[in-house]
Design a protein around this ligand. Structure first.
Ligand code: NOJ
Ligand code: CA
Length: 674
């Protein structure tokens, strides 16, 4: 795991004149000087301007600081000293959009002292693709400190267009809003803004370990303050008690910058602002394709509870294992295998070691392993963290004894004692699970997670997460419009991989229309719902939405005999290189990935049809490849003809340009094999 290290450190120290009521300016630029940072201390306030090389203002961050123990740290600072660092490091990861990584930045740490003697270090790292900064406060010793908020404000110089979901502390599963920045009242991060034809910005955070999550709230038309998820302890106001330490280190507040929208996707800022891997042996961590006993429950034809409609029966699980073995699929997820589902949504009494009466989990695991298939165990906690934490050790041991290496967790339900999902309490729980599963050699797929912040670099067993509206919403609600999948790569996916669970082929639910078992269990009856996309769009999502655990989510009977499934069968999820090639937020996106010597391209569009001219210049020269193109049929349309497709083959070389026609709500997937 340890990559080749090439670190060049230059440290410049400077003892500043100790005075307030002055303006001091220190500057920092990234390695290629494509923007500049000016950090001002003006009468004790800290302001950071980000400027283009021509000195025009990209944006500012001001009132830098936190509110702790009733002290407003947005003012009263004196700069004591600062030092600069240059880092140029190469590192590799066991899996990722790109396995070979470069971490090149110019850094600066400012040591500041507050009027009442408290010290703060402000650390800034300037990469070519954006910057991160974080605070480290050293407080006087006390049994408890109260983190009452953050004063930091992000300020934009002019009106722009922003894509956001609401700053909700319990969920990320919302439809995106495309709004003028001045009409965006609040946002969760990644918060993405198109400032001009040649300037795109996204605000997020990296390495979220010891803080509640950061959201943004509009203070004034183009000014956004930080709003931290509070603890449930109402006696301390909307604050978070910090116990057992006198040092508060925030996560990095990050600003990704791009000249094109796709630059945001190609950025590795978030990963680079995390610590190196701490797991010595990563041989058990590997990308996988999976299917699962899952969609039937969302459609309402199966149940998680062991009644007549139970999905996770021994017989059904063996059927899924056989299908996986026959179609080169690595793993099978089984939801509803355990006891306690009757109380889901109520008192939450799940057992994570007892299987349902009609599920012989040990036989299923044994049979799967004989056939070379992994089983993905499922832990729905219903949000009852205390109940889960009591069983965790035993449950993870149970998995390890059975050579289970993959766990899907879920937090669909409120936390105990009115604790908040995205609070410090939540962050600490998700961190605890990530660390503990690592010691039991378990890879994680977290649903209802805390948003990804690049921790997968440090803990590469944290494979994937939900944390946005996924496919499930198409089974029981108004669904995700085609534009949703064209927004995700530029927003949520900047944070990290997503288990979107793509690949529904029965887009209008023909198979279940007359199924006597069908029950409405959520917002809508599945018969009133559908997946608003073409089948080629679904196939393209396997490439577009990166996830090292990637699901083909439909009922297996909907794949049997469908030639479009060949793409998934042949797909190698062990990607080593990726590049977003074209795209505009909410309109379309084209992404290429490579595994070994095979390339994959995924292109999707929103409700509009589109012709794309795709130069294949990403292929190595002097090689001939066979391209298999899974495209929309001539008459495809996501509303009235979603299953019209065409599969064609052609030989291609580096100099070729492919012309791709995308239907409304359509897509295209291409496998390019040497
Ligand atoms: C919500 C998750 O997102 C989904 O994948 C899962 O099937 C249900 N909760 C039940 O755990
Ligand atoms: Ca969910």
């Amino acid at each position: 795991m340890r990559g080749r290290l090439l670190i060049l450190m230059i440290t410049v120290s400077f003892l500043a004149v100790f005075s307030s009521c002055t303006t001091r300016v220190v500057t920092l630029s990234p390695p290629s000087d494509n923007y500049n940072i000016k950090l001002y201390t003006i009468d004790g306030n800290l302001t950071l301007d980000i400027l283009s090389p021509d000195d025009s203002l990209i944006m500012s961050v001001d009132h830098l600081g936190l509110m702790i123990d009733s002290i407003d740290f947005s003012q009263g600072w004196k700069l004591k000293h600062y030092s600069k660092t240059r880092v140029n490091r190469r590192w590799t990861q066991p899996w990722g959009e790109n396995k070979k990584m470069e971490e090149c930045y110019n850094g600066m740490t400012l040591d500041l002292v507050h009027t009442d003697g408290i010290q703060m270090a402000l650390e800034i790292r300037a990469f070519d693709d954006g910057l991160g900064f974080r605070y480290r406060y050293t407080l006087p010793h006390a049994p408890q400190h109260l983190l009452q908020g953050e004063t930091t404000q992000f300020v934009f110089p002019r009106e722009a267009t922003a894509w956001s979901i609401p700053a909700n502390f319990e969920s990320y599963e919302f439809a995106y809003r495309e709004l003028p920045l001045s009409q965006t009242t609040d946002a969760n991060t990644p918060f993405t803004i198109r400032m001009s034809d040649s300037l795109y910005v996204s605000i997020h955070e990296a390495s979220l370990l010891h803080m509640p999550e950061m959201t943004l709230v509009q203070r004034d038309s183009l000014r956004f303050g930080v709003w931290l998820a509070p603890s449930a302890d109402s006696t301390v106001g909307f604050a978070t008690p910090i116990v057992g330490t006198d040092t508060i280190t925030t996560s990095f507040r990050t600003i990704t910058l791009g000249r094109q929208a796709i630059d945001l996707i190609n950025s590795s800022l978030i990963l680079n602002l995390n610590e190196p891997c701490v797991i010595d042996d990563v041989s058990w961590i590997r990308p996988m394709k999976y299917i699962g006993i899952w969609w039937g429950m969302h459609l309402g034809i199966n149940s998680w509870t062991p009644d007549a409609r139970h999905g996770a029966t021994t017989t059904n699980a063996l059927r899924y294992v056989d299908f996986a073995a026959q179609h080169h699929i690595d793993a099978v997820l089984i939801e509803g295998w355990n006891t306690g589902w009757e109380q889901w949504g109520g008192s939450q009494q799940f057992s994570f070691t007892e299987s349902a009466p009609d599920m012989d989990i040990d036989s299923v695991i044994r049979y799967a392993h004989q056939r070379g298939v992994e089983i993905i165990i499922h832990h729905e906690t219903g949000g009852n963290i205390s109940h889960y934490e009591k069983q965790m050790e035993k449950a993870y041991q149970w998995c390890q004894e059975r050579h289970i290496h993959t766990l899907k967790t879920g937090y669909a339900g409120g936390f105990p004692n009115r604790e908040i999902h995205h609070s410090l309490y939540g962050v600490q729980h998700y961190t605890h699970v990530m660390q503990k599963t690592a010691t039991h050699q378990l890879m994680l797929d977290v649903h209802e997670p805390i948003k990804p912040t690049g921790l997968r670099r440090t803990y590469p067993n944290l494979m994937t997460a939900e944390g946005a509206r996924g496919m499930e919403w198409n089974a029981w609600s108004d669904g995700n419009p085609p534009s949703h999948q064209c927004i995700l790569p530029f927003t949520r996916l900047l944070a990290g991989p997503m288990d979107y669970t793509p690949g529904i082929f029965d887009l209008t639910y023909q198979r279940i229309q007359h199924n006597p078992n069908l029950r409405q269990w959520n917002q809508k009856d599945a018969r009133e719902c559908r997946v608003p996309s073409t089948i080629a769009h679904q196939v393209a999502l396997w490439t577009v939405i990166y996830s090292p655990l990637i699901m083909a989510s439909d009922l297996i009977e909907n794949y049997e005999g469908n030639p479009m499934f060949q793409f998934f069968e042949d797909y190698n999820p062990d990607i080593d290189w990726s590049s977003a090639l074209q795209g505009e937020i909410g309109q379309y996106v084209v992404i290429a990935r490579r595994s070994g010597s095979t390339y994959y391209v995924g292109a999707i569009t929103n409700e509009e049809p589109r012709n794309i001219s795709l130069p294949l210049s990403f292929l190595p020269a002097n090689h001939t490849f066979k391209a298999t193109i899974y495209a929309d049929g001539l008459n495809a349309h996501y509303l009235n003809n979603p299953t019209d497709y065409s599969i064609t083959h052609q030989y291609v070389v580096h100099n070729d340009t492919l012309s791709i026609q995308l239907a409304p709500g359509g897509g295209c997937a291409i496998e390019i094999k040497e």
